[in-house]
Design a protein around this ligand. Sequence first.
Ligand SMILES: [Cu+2]
Length: 163
Amino acid sequence: MAVKAALLLLLLVAPAAYAVQHTVGDSSGWTETVDYSDWVRGKTFTVGDTLVFNYGSSHRVDQVTKSDYTNCESANAIDSHSDGNTVITLSKAGTMYFICPVLGHCSSGMKLAVNVVAASGTSPAAPSTRSSSSTPSGATTVVNNGSVLSFSLVLGVLLAVMC
Ligand SMILES: [Cu+2]
């Protein structure tokens, strides 16, 4: 059982490392007492990551344009949520803007601007291009890595079925 659990964990961790779930405001959640421009500082938001807004019934989450974010204007919201546990997938690179549309909340700080960057895996990788064109050994290494990954996946699935 322990081996099975460890293998399954290994299989789950590899892809999960590429998508991060960001809990807005951390344990404080989506509320008036958090400085969200401070919260985003030092964090990297990548395409595929998710934002989780946790909030009480006195708040909501509106996705808005930049100018509406600046002006705390919610009348033209792109998207509106009020479920208390809103998960937003960052689907493309660029800045996304969120405000709480409840009167006075945005102006007192419930506004969030998130700069989303493209996933590093999708940008062209110079080293792999170089190795495949000049050195055959580089290409071989890539193929071997793929085989090992496939083998471990098959092994993991087999063990999961057997145990
Ligand atoms: Cu609010």
